[in-house]
Design a protein around this ligand. Structure first.
Ligand code: LLP
Length: 455
């Protein structure tokens, strides 16, 4: 069926956008786009649109890249953990567990999804700057490590851990005071951040924790932000963290884990040029190793928490094209059957994406159009002024690199049901998230009895 590898075609200067596709992307005999051995037009037909498609090979290749890079560049023990906020599902939990990954959860929902998906509890960490008692107890009762973010976490845990119970396993998150270039909403390492202990608070907190029977501090955590293309801030972070590691150990804390967070950026448009996974891990691992060597410290277990760089490239979203509005001399809008509820990133962060037509990704570009979503909001525009071949109503449009922070950030704005998601592999597609139906959206509404009585 397949005649050419898109990966090769993507290097063609006339179609540079196509190397944003998942790594199994190919063209069929008619020139249509195939991912994981499945024709995208057929997936759209079979499952409906909008549809999230995840390519299993691309996911596993990214996991392997992190695993092997850690083994190759870090002489001590290591554990990559998946930041499940990027795309949380039973399937993703099970897949990352089978790849030897741990998982980072930030809510009871993500934590349950990890546990039920088969991630071993001792490889899960619970984050969050305002954890509820229920979330803390769910983590504690499953022996999940809790990343304490602030004094409130410590105060609540002191009450919640039963007297004589097993101590809670803790990691301490602090703000490393490192700036990096990314959207201000997704920067977390600078001092004015809601996450983590301020560096000035660290010593007293470490002192107080020494006497606690209910807690065991086994790790340190920091995360500087997301969609970062620079390597220097991650290198600086490693140094700052090893400084704190030295202080904590010198006080007597059994700190074995150093969790440097995630943050590696990905390509959304052909001009993006992020470092490779191997390069990112190499810089971080060498910095931690060097910093420990120079301070004569035993190497901690190095943990990192990639989200976006594990799943973004594996995902594409399929939409069907509907109405067209031509404003002469100004702009042509094409509307699709999804938008800001299945991909809120453009309206939230002004994020750019790349698109093509599923049945003719290499057709010559003939018109400049703006792809609008179907929500009642003028800002609901997925891609502005992009070049496409002549597009007709009913065509299937493919948006690349939507595996991260799309499904997981989706909403029901305008009471629009969330899309289905499928996993593709070797010509097979499997449903991993059912499509919501409008009826489902009424499930949690309660009509006050008074109103019913009024008829
Ligand atoms: N660890 C922690 C503590 C985090 O807060 C995050 C992301 C990660 C790891 C994973 O970072 P990544 O490898 O994915 O860059 N919604 C935004 C991204 C928010 C990131 C939040 N934290 C977006 O769509 O760009």
């Amino acid at each position: 069926m397949v005649t050419s590898s898109l990966y090769e075609l993507g290097r063609d200067p006339f179609s540079p956008n196509l190397n944003l596709a998942p790594i199994t992307a190919e063209l069929d005999a008619q020139g249509g786009l195939v991912v994981g051995g499945c024709r995208l037009t057929e997936l759209a037909e079979c499952y409906g649109t909008p549809l999230y498609v995840l390519d299993e090979v691309t996911l596993r290749v990214a996991c392997k890249a992190y695993r092997e890079a850690l083994q190759h560049h870090y002489p001590g023990p290591s554990l990559p953990i998946y930041a499940s906020k990027a795309n949380s599902s039973l399937m993703m939990s099970s897949l990352v567990a089978s790849e030897g990954f741990g998982l980072d959860a930030v809510s009871a929902g993500e934590l349950l999804t990890a546990l039920r998906g088969g991630v071993p509890a001792d490889r899960i960490v619970l984050h969050g700057n305002n954890k509820s008692d229920e979330e803390l107890l769910l983590a504690y009762s499953n022996s999940v490590t809790i990343v304490v973010d602030n004094q409130h976490d410590l105060d609540r845990l002191a009450e919640l851990v039963p007297i004589g119970g097993e101590p809670a396993e803790l990691m301490l998150r602090f703000t490393p005071g490192i700036e990096c270039h990314t959207h201000e909403y997704i920067r977390t390492g600078h001092l004015d951040s809601k996450f983590g202990f301020d560096p000035d608070q660290l010593e007293p907190v470490l002192k107080n924790l020494l006497g606690c029977r209910w807690a065991r501090l086994t790790g340190l955590h920091a995360h500087i932000g997301s969609q970062i293309f620079e390597l220097d801030p991650h290198q600086d972070l490693a140094n700052v963290m090893v400084d704190v590691l030295q202080i904590a150990r010198s006080m007597g804390h059994p700190v074995e884990n150093l969790n440097v967070g995630g943050g590696l950026g990905v390509r959304y448009v052909s001009s993006d040029d992020p470092p490779s996974i191997d390069n990112w891990v190499k810089v971080v691992a060498q910095a931690v190793n060097q910093a420990c060597l120079s301070r004569k410290l035993d190497l901690p277990r190095l943990m990192c928490e990639p989200g976006r760089s594990l799943v973004a490239a594996a995902g594409v979203t399929l939409y069907r094209v509907g109405s067209r509005k031509i404003i002469p001399g100004l702009r042509t809008y094409l509307s699709i059957d999804g938008g800001m509820s299945d991909n809120p990133r453009p309206i939230t962060y002004q994020s750019l994406y790349t698109a093509c037509l599923a049945d003719r990704p290499l057709a010559s570009l003939e018109e400049t159009i703006t792809l609008a979503g179907k929500h009642c909001e003028s800002g609901d525009v997925l891609l502005k002024d992009i070049e496409l071949p002549r597009v007709s109503t009913g065509d299937v449009l493919v948006v690349f690199a939507t595996g991260a922070y799309n499904a997981s950030m989706s909403s029901n704005y305008n009471r629009i049901p969330r899309p289905a998601a499928v996993l593709v592999h070797s010509g097979h597609s499997e449903l991993v998230q059912r499509r919501e139906q409008p009826e489902d959206l009424l499930r949690y509404d309660v009509m006050p009895e008074r109103f019913v009585a009024l008829g």
